[in-house]
Design a protein around this ligand. Structure first.
Ligand code: ZN
Ligand code: ZN
Length: 327
């Protein structure tokens, strides 16, 4: 597993001719400790600007990614008058997609907002409503958005595109389509990002359809099977919050390895049956850390996924600051 991961984690090289996507992990955990909460960046290799995929931890992730060489295009000299960290934050992130209103997906965005440049935020109507009513409301935080109550500072333009309807994502050169997910009573969402003939799916928190009594994943697998068949899908980021053994009644709208494998099996069946997902990159996100001395949920989850994998997908766990090129 480690070798597979190492082979995949390539330092990003700017401006390569081959098309594809570039993913940077800014935060990879699903809670408990601040500083490494769910957030990724994605850009098309042909474009300069990244789209933020959730924003649990932003600035700490940028620092880590700079240390690991994920932004070779950024130097102390060309960052002036900002630090390299500030330059990535302000000038390379062209907008954010927020999957749902939970703190571990947007705390970094809120805390860093006074230093951000003007940019759009995209989300479902529910997520945008939560941002407007419960965060940027002049009470828990000044209103850095362009709508809602209190004095509007206007840094962020809030956008709630219609579900299943394609829209263009600001200056990133990417298109996006948002689909609903069920997350234990909280509406969550997935975004399918695309450019030309390539696409990438980012999932916010989700439970399995069977536990959620939902058809949201079923609908999404149908959409993604079209992407697989057309050989457009370059990878997905999806959660696996807990190791196997957590009872369905204690999942609170999350996945375990067994449940993720079952759900991916549905995608495989829709995509043409056995072997149709062979080689697909599946980045595992949102692992819940444990404070118990002998627990290592990350190692357990990755082991359980590879042990149970009959699909031939590449399960990848990125650490904070890692980057990955998907061709
Ligand atoms: Zn979460
Ligand atoms: Zn959540």
């Amino acid at each position: 597993m480690k070798h597979k991961m190492l082979a995949l984690i390539l330092a990003c090289t700017a401006g390569q001719a081959i098309a594809g996507f570039n993913v940077v992990a800014l935060g990879v955990d699903g809670g408990v400790e601040e500083g490494n909460l769910t957030s990724y960046l994605i850009r098309s290799d042909s474009q300069k600007l990244y789209l933020g995929l959730d924003a649990g931890s932003v600035l700490p992730g940028i620092s880590k990614a700079l240390e690991k060489g994920a932004f070779p295009q950024v130097t102390v000299e060309n960052s002036a008058p900002y630090t390299p960290q500030g330059a990535v934050f302000r000038n390379l992130i062209g907008g954010y997609f927020i999957s749902h209103g939970h703190l571990d997906h947007l705390a970094g965005l809120i805390i860093s907002s006074p230093e951000d440049s003007r940019k759009p935020i995209y989300g479902s109507a529910d997520t945008i409503g939560t941002l407007r009513q419960h965060y940027f409301n002049g009470r828990v935080w000044p209103n850095f958005s362009d709508s809602g109550s209190g004095m509007r500072i206007g840094t962020y333009r809030l956008n709630a595109p219609r579900p299943a309807q394609r829209f263009s994502i600001g200056l990133t050169g990417l298109d996006g389509t948002i689909y609903p997910l069920s997350h234990g009573g909280t509406p969550s969402s997935m975004i399918l990002v695309s450019r030309n003939n390539e696409s990438f799916a980012y999932f916010g928190d989700t439970g399995p359809d069977a536990v959620e009594k939902s058809k949201n994943l079923e609908t999404i697998w149908r959409v993604l099977s079209g992407e697989v068949k057309a050989k457009r899908l370059k990878g997905i980021i999806i959660e696996t919050s807990y190791p196997d053994g957590v009872s369905d009644s204690k999942l609170f709208g999350h996945l375990t390895p067994v449940w993720l494998l079952k759900e991916l099996k549905v995608l495989e069946q829709n995509s043409g049956g056995n072997g149709s997902l062979n080689g697909l990159t599946v980045i595992i996100s949102h692992i819940k850390p444990s404070l118990k001395a002998d627990a290592d949920p990350q190692a357990e989850i990755m082991q359980q996924l590879s042990a149970g994998d009959a699909l031939g997908v590449k399960f990848v766990r990125l650490q904070q600051g890692d980057s990955l090129k998907l061709d």
